[in-house]
Design a protein around this ligand. Sequence first.
Ligand SMILES: Cc1cc2nc3c(=O)[nH]c(=O)nc-3n(C[C@H](O)[C@H](O)[C@H](O)COP(=O)(O)OP(=O)(O)OC[C@H]3O[C@@H](n4cnc5c(N)ncnc54)[C@H](O)[C@@H]3O)c2cc1C
Length: 500
Amino acid sequence: MTSATRAPLETFLADLQARLQSIFQSLYDDRRATRRGMPTDFLDQALQSVPLSVFIPSRFGGRGQHVHECLALLEACSYESLPLSLTMGINGALFLQPVSRYAEETVQHEVFSRFMEHKAIGGLMITEPDFGSDALQMRTSFRQVDRGYHVRGTKHWGGLTGRADFWLLTARGETERGDLERSISFFVWDKSIGGIDVEEYFDSLGLYMIPYGRNQIDAVLPAERRLSPQTSGVRMLLDLLHRSRLQFPGMAMGFLRRLLDEAISHTRSRRVGGRPLADYDQVQDRLAALQASYTACSAMCAFTTGIAGVENDCSTAALPANTIKSVVTDMMQSGAQSLLQLVGAKGYRLDHIAGRAVVDSRPFQIFEGSNDILYQQISESILKSMSKLRESNLYRFLRGFDLTVRAADYFKSITDFTLDPDVPQRKMVELGRAFSRIITMQMVIDLADRGFRRDLVDNCLAILTRDVKALLASFTDPASAAVVEDYRDGSSWLAALANS
Ligand SMILES: Cc1cc2nc3c(=O)[nH]c(=O)nc-3n(C[C@H](O)[C@H](O)[C@H](O)COP(=O)(O)OP(=O)(O)OC[C@H]3O[C@@H](n4cnc5c(N)ncnc54)[C@H](O)[C@@H]3O)c2cc1C
């Protein structure tokens, strides 16, 4: 154990924060955010105090995998840099936690000692060029050979492409009939094995620090490098993804706090029309919404702490995991958009935090479950529970459901209707947005019980209530416009002028 991993959490975080601030000052100049990749010594210095030890069991010298420590580490990093926090999140939730839950003891020993002593980093490859949202259809395959498993396929968008020392590879077994098993298997690859070639690096829109690209895999892995599911491969995948989604608020927390600090400081100092921006009512509305996101994210962190431990099976936690991931990433993006609006043209410079925040936070709404799909799944899950209970009245259901019981009364009059389970997909998505914000409100109410500031809680509940009411009003509106694909014919405004 190093002194960093023995230190009390406050000391550990304060040291890390000071180190990160100094690294960003010394290794980067003012245009740091506009450069791709990491400067040569960046990771070496950032990993000096072994921050990833929070994700490593204490019997391997780590800090013991306490969820609040994992979230606090992600928060400390994302206040300084969202890409850095995502790098830690990838290593923790997408690599170290699954290894600690499912890998053999010898593999764990090898992996954790490389992370603790040699600053190794790892990532996860699921997505393929033809299979993203429908990852279960992936074509990367494996078959048993003398020395273990031969894995072949193409993966893209794995965070830390070309840079990671370890990868968690996902693949489907080849059957004797020549097709692929339904189940997904995981393998722990490391550089010494070889057989992963980067075919192309992508010019990503944001997150410049993290390399992405397309990888060709043709590798033979020793038998012990295959993870052992406790039940099935698909459940193992769900457990991994849900635990990761539940921990998104860690990455969001520092990011939202930074946006709020930047927004308050800018609107206090910038004068327009002879008064500070912060004096304008519309500006106050934006600041209040940003602060509500800060409060909601704090509530999610507290909630996650109670359920996302590696000792728990998160495969059945779809509803809270999908709620937390989709709501908090929407908040990250709308908070970044709001800061850019408030900062004005200066924020549109490539090296300004407001513009960077917009592009860096955008893919959080896409990866690890596209938000549109997650919202639909949230509605499906609620409708399934209603059907099980033979309850069709929405208010009565929300009042009796454990994740909404304390927030239901905010919406008594507008949810007191019979919910038709047979609604089009777009309505399911809208309903999911509303449900997930009601669930978030309950997390905020629970946070208040733990002594969180009442004024922040009240403001947050007021803003979320407004959002949910707007979403439910839109849900009950029957409009269902569809795209006209051959729309050019008869749709020229110039021709319309000539006709009139
Ligand atoms: C910055 C970044 C980092 C990433 N990191 C990783 C990583 O570390 N490891 C990894 O394996 N992958 C990673 N990914 C890949 C990511 O997980 C996929 O992009 C994601 O799963 C979506 O897959 P896709 O891009 O193929 O989009 P598609 O599956 O083609 O979906 C595109 C869009 O279509 C819509 N859509 C799809 N299905 C439906 C449906 N059923 N109903 C309604 N709408 C639908 C949604 O709006 C969706 O966003 C990363 C991606 C990005 C951008």
